[in-house]
Design a binder for this molecule. Structure first.
Ligand SMILES: [Zn+2]
Ligand SMILES: [Zn+2]
Length: 430
């Protein structure tokens, strides 16, 4: 028993010592707020698509260098990594922001409205920070400046990861994700834990939201071809009809969530988004193609849902005398918050936001490639409120839309929360 008690006492004592940095962080966050807002507006006006964040990356790299950090550029194409060496030994804590914008034409009437356009998959389009990554970059630049101001007192080092292409690159023959590529290039090797946030348009500014365990979904693509036998539409008995077979298969997929998934644990989604087949009233075609998206929470559920999709489609096709080719393309894994790290991080969020402003959120069926970092080392990902207080979350424009809007008065809380995570984690690790 004695052996157990000593480390516990030691841990709690060291964590108190670290919290002495919090007032300094608060002062720093107050002082930097207007700069963070200014940076965000500049990024908002000059958004760049994934793997093309050249201007953004240069501003970030120059800023980190001006703070005395070791900076590496062109990590995973346009990524920037800065390391702030603390004055005392301790862990390497990583913080991450994503830098990319989306092919969306902004409809907001703002003095810093996006001016950029681009060609995306052969189409002319506006470019917009319609997911709020402009605020992530600005907030993390603010954190870098605040923590650099107290680097002699830091018991460990901080790795600032500015990643490209969180929204993914989907070009003919190329599918890639910024975080995945950064991991492949070794960015997580010397990291002990990683923290990140996403501004959230449906959560009031001044609040932070989190969830322990699976938080955001894994996203996988479904591609199916059902092949039958072509015939005259007037004599269906001489066909193997892929349209009827595809219809049965789609209905069969509905039983995965109602009969195979334990709905008391985590939700899941199987959506067929398109059916392609046939050309004329009176021709039963040879082939039908289905495409869809699969959202699951955690590796175990993902494996179950993938297996049931394949079994249902293959066996329904076989029963009709048709052949099914089922392909599931894995994109992002589920964003899973390490339960131990989550429980240790809760006091930091409560101290930063106030007890009533820390909310446990429902699982989000969208995805985040932060999950690739979390597969390497324990990671904690939170949502930062970006909605005007008093609005109905169901009625505000959602992420990825032309009217997407973010309130800037929650940014300071983002700076404080990420900074608290760093110093509190260092305190616990001592
Ligand atoms: Zn997004
Ligand atoms: Zn996003």
């Amino acid at each position: 028993m004695k052996k157990l008690l000593f480390p516990l006492l030691f841990l709690s004592a060291s964590s108190f010592a670290q919290s002495q940095l919090r007032p300094q962080i608060d002062q720093g966050a107050d002082a930097i707020e207007s700069k963070v807002i200014e940076w965000r507006r500049d990024f908002h006006q000059h958004p760049e698509l994934g793997n093309k964040e050249f201007r953004t990356a240069k501003i970030v790299a120059d800023h980190l260098r001006s703070l005395g950090m070791e900076v590496t550029e062109q990590v995973a194409v346009t990524g920037v990594v800065g390391v702030l060496k603390g004055g005392k030994p301790g862990p390497m804590v990583a913080l991450r922001a994503d830098m990319d914008a989306l092919p969306v034409t902004e409809r907001n009437d703002l003095p810093f409205k996006s001016v950029n356009t681009a060609t995306y998959n052969g189409q002319e389009t506006g470019v917009m920070h319609a997911c709020g990554h402009d605020s992530h970059v600005a907030i993390l630049m603010g954190v870098a400046e605040v923590l650099a101001g107290m680097k002699d007192q830091l018991e460990g080092s901080v790795k600032f990861i500015f990643q490209p292409a969180e929204e993914g690159i989907y070009e003919p023959g190329v599918t890639s994700f910024g975080a995945k590529q950064m991991v492949e290039e070794g960015v997580m090797k010397d990291v002990d834990a990683i923290f990140g946030l996403h501004i959230w348009a449906q959560l009031e500014a001044g609040k932070v939201g989190y969830r322990s365990g699976p938080f955001l979904a894994a996203v996988d693509n479904l591609d199916v071809t059902i092949t039958g036998t072509q015939a005259h539409g007037a004599s269906p008995w001489s066909s193997v009809d892929p349209i009827v077979t595809a219809s049965q298969a789609i209905m069969g997929l509905q039983t995965i969530l109602s009969r195979s998934v334990n709905i008391t644990q985590n939700p899941a989604v199987v959506t067929v988004g398109a059916i392609h087949g046939g050309i004329r009233h009176n021709i039963i075609p040879e082939k039908v193609e289905l495409i869809g998206t699969i959202r699951t929470f955690g590796d175990e559920q993902q494996a179950l849902v993938h297996r049931r999709i394949t079994e249902i489609i293959t066996n329904i096709a076989e029963s009709a005398g048709a052949k099914a080719d089922v392909n599931i393309g894995k994109l992002y894994p589920s964003t899973v918050n390490d339960p131990d790290l989550t429980s240790k991080a809760i006091p930091s969020m409560v101290a930063a936001a106030g007890e009533g402003n820390v909310v446990v959120m429902d699982p989000v069926t969208g995805a985040e490639d932060f999950s690739f970092f979390q597969r390497e080392k324990p990671g904690f990902f939170i949502m930062l409120g970006g909605m005007k207080q008093g609005l109905d979350p169901a009625k505000v424009p959602s992420h990825h839309t032309p009217d997407f809007h973010i309130e800037e008065d929650g940014f300071k809380l983002g700076v404080r929360t990420l900074s608290y995570f760093v110093v509190d984690y260092m305190g616990m690790k001592k």
